[in-house]
Design a protein around this ligand. Structure first.
Ligand code: NAP
Ligand code: ZN
Length: 346
């Protein structure tokens, strides 16, 4: 066991304070990683504030981990000391169910082990990346291509793959009229990745405050959802809508923006259930779906795609002691567009 510094929440205020946690010694299939940067995902905030149920406190969040390998177990073949690597939202899965064998570990039928607040195979509760080091099974560690700096690579491990996977699944390309709801951490990656895949990208944001950014990041069109005319103007005009909003929306209004056979994919996971009216679905054979991160092979494919197409997030690197203020700013939609903690300051 080794003791490492970390930031943890102790109760549902979600307030984070400095502490120490234990990491296991690397087993034969494990990789020990010196964490350099970790992104702040809105899921971290939902979790520590008990919006998705009461978590196991004290809890160290963080599942956008980028770092350097410091040791590998005897059987490890995929990674070596000194490699730049990433860890996302999962650190294990059963490995033999139909989802795992199809490369969809995130949909493991026996329950994937998430990077924090999950029960690990040894019975301990997983603790995330707001910490100096982590030990992870080699199959849940991905290689970060040399051309991606580690601070900008970190948010790709959750925000990047969460948008890449549905864009691939619903085959976004040159013929796709794509709308992204919410220009936050996930949303801005959707704009960049969608544009890199050739789609015609529209941002649907609460206001026009971030319009200049949205257009610079690759969107062709930008509308304020506070303006009710937006919903009249854009009726039946998209093939695919990716909803990245962390709060409840009037889903019926957004479903009406899909053309016949269009699909709205729920990526945001707000605290409370949302109502789904049947008419907008039935009247144009529209679909409502959801998507959770992506599999490990697809995460590697996404990192390679980002390196090849020069797609990286817009980040604000912060010291660890700014984390509570950063949370407040995320909640106020005042982040352009992802906070990343420099873990040398933990
Ligand atoms: P974020 O950076 O806070 O972005 C969310 C965006 O939603 C905001 O920037 C804002 O965009 C919009 N928004 C916020 N409150 C709103 C409201 N009351 N009404 C309308 N729009 C609102 O969060 P994130 O890290 O991108 O995460 C977004 C959601 O995705 C969270 O619920 C998170 O848990 C979830 N998530 C899901 C997965 C998955 O695999 N499915 C993975 C990661 C995260 P504008 O300012 O442009 O309006
Ligand atoms: Zn996340």
């Amino acid at each position: 066991m080794s003791t490492v510094s970390a930031y943890a929440a102790s109760d549902k205020t979600g307030h984070l304070t400095k502490t120490t946690i234990e990491r296991r010694e690397p087993g034969p299939h494990d990789v020990a990683i010196d964490i350099k940067f970790v992104g702040i995902c809105h899921s971290d905030i939902h979790t520590v504030k008990a919006e998705w149920g009461t978590p196991n406190y004290p809890l160290v969040p963080g599942h956008e981990i980028a770092g350097v390998v410091t040791a590998v177990g005897a059987e490890v073949s995929k990674h070596k000391v000194g490699d730049h690597v990433g860890v996302g939202c999962m650190v294990n899965s059963c490995g033999h169910c139909s989802s795992c064998t199809a490369g969809l570990e995130q949909y493991c039928k026996n329950g994937a082990t998430f990077t924090y607040n999950a029960t690990d195979k040894d019975g301990t509760i997983t603790q995330g990346g707001y910490s100096q080091a982590v030990v992870v099974d080699e199959n849940f560690v991905v290689q970060i291509p040399d051309s991606l700096p580690l601070d900008k690579a970190a948010p790709l491990l959750c925000a990047g793959i969460t948008l890449f996977s549905p864009l691939r699944h619903w085959q976004a390309g040159a013929d796709t009229r794509l709308a992204i709801i919410g220009l936050g951490g996930l949303g801005h990656m959707g704009v960049k990745l969608g544009a890199a895949m050739g789609a015609d990208v529209t941002v649907l944001s609460q206001s026009l405050k971030k319009m200049e950014d949205g257009l610079r990041l690759g969107a062709k069109h930008y509308y304020a959802t506070a303006d009710r005319d937006t919903f009249k103007k854009l009726r039946s005009s998209f093939d695919l809508i990716l909803n990245t909003v962390s709060a409840n929306l009037n889903l019926g209004a957004y479903l009406n923006l899909l053309d016949v056979d269009g699909t709205l994919v729920e990526l945001g996971i707000p605290e409370h259930p949302m109502e789904v009216p049947a008419f907008p679905l039935a009247l144009a054979r529209r679909s409502l779906s959801g998507s959770n991160i992506g599999g490990i092979a697809e995460t590697q494919e996404m990192l390679n795609f980002c390196a090849e197409h020069d797609v990286t997030p817009e980040i604000e690197v912060i010291a660890a002691d700014y984390v509570n203020e950063a949370y407040e700013r995320v909640l106020a939609s005042d982040v352009r567009y992802r906070f990343v903690i420099d873990t040398s300051t933990i």
